[in-house]
Design a protein around this ligand. Structure first.
Ligand SMILES: [Zn+2]
Ligand SMILES: [Zn+2]
Length: 103
């Protein structure tokens, strides 16, 4: 699983999302996360990114907060959900974040 950090230089939009499958060799407090698969979506109503576990039986392709239809996007090919400009995308490896969180 990777963490993607997004920042829009144009409008200041900022967001961070976990995408992918949780690493099996990591100790997770919630056993169910082994069967999770997070994907990145855009909520057009709120104009923001939403990540969702597509293997979650409660997930039906709708935004959890306003039940509007979500659009799936590729984590590295997305534009700003607010203004449509290019984003600065930083890929954070989960294992590396523990020691270098101060950067
Ligand atoms: Zn923007
Ligand atoms: Zn929404």
């Amino acid at each position: 699983m990777n963490v993607y950090s997004y920042r829009c230089p144009s409008c200041g939009y900022q967001s961070k999302h976990m995408i992918g499958t949780p690493d099996m060799d990591q100790t997770m407090t919630d056993v169910n996360t082994e069967f999770a698969q997070y994907r990145l979506f855009v909520c057009k109503k709120e104009q923001k990114f939403v990540h969702a576990d597509i293997l979650d039986s409660q997930f039906d392709g709708k935004c959890p907060s306003d039940t509007s239809e979500l659009e799936e996007v590729q984590p590295l090919e997305v534009k700003c959900p607010r203004c449509g400009k290019d984003l600065e995308i930083t890929e954070i490896k989960p294992l590396a974040t523990a020691d270098s969180a101060t950067e």
